[in-house]
Design a protein around this ligand. Structure first.
Ligand SMILES: [Zn+2]
Length: 77
């Protein structure tokens, strides 16, 4: 009696490739660098363009006391 060994299946199972899970993608930055810079600067809406009576045009943060860097006059807001 000859027993046919079916080594085929066992070899196949041994050769079965391991399922390699790809490394998870790095988490996206919580905030865009440009947006962070803008927020650090006080936000995009905190600055305004002022035109002083002396003719000097400048951009400054919107505060109660904005002074002209040229003549020092307080600006209306
Ligand atoms: Zn001025």
């Amino acid at each position: 009696m000859t027993v046919k060994q079916t080594t085929k299946t066992s070899r196949m199972s041994r050769r079965r490739r391991l399922h390699i899970v790809p490394a998870p993608e790095p988490r996206p930055e919580p905030m865009h660098p440009a947006e962070r810079r803008m927020r650090d600067a006080g936000g995009p809406d905190d600055r305004a363009c002022y035109s002083c009576a002396c003719g000097y045009l400048f951009e400054a943060r919107v505060t109660a006391a904005v002074r002209c860097p040229n003549c020092g006059a307080q600006q209306a807001w």
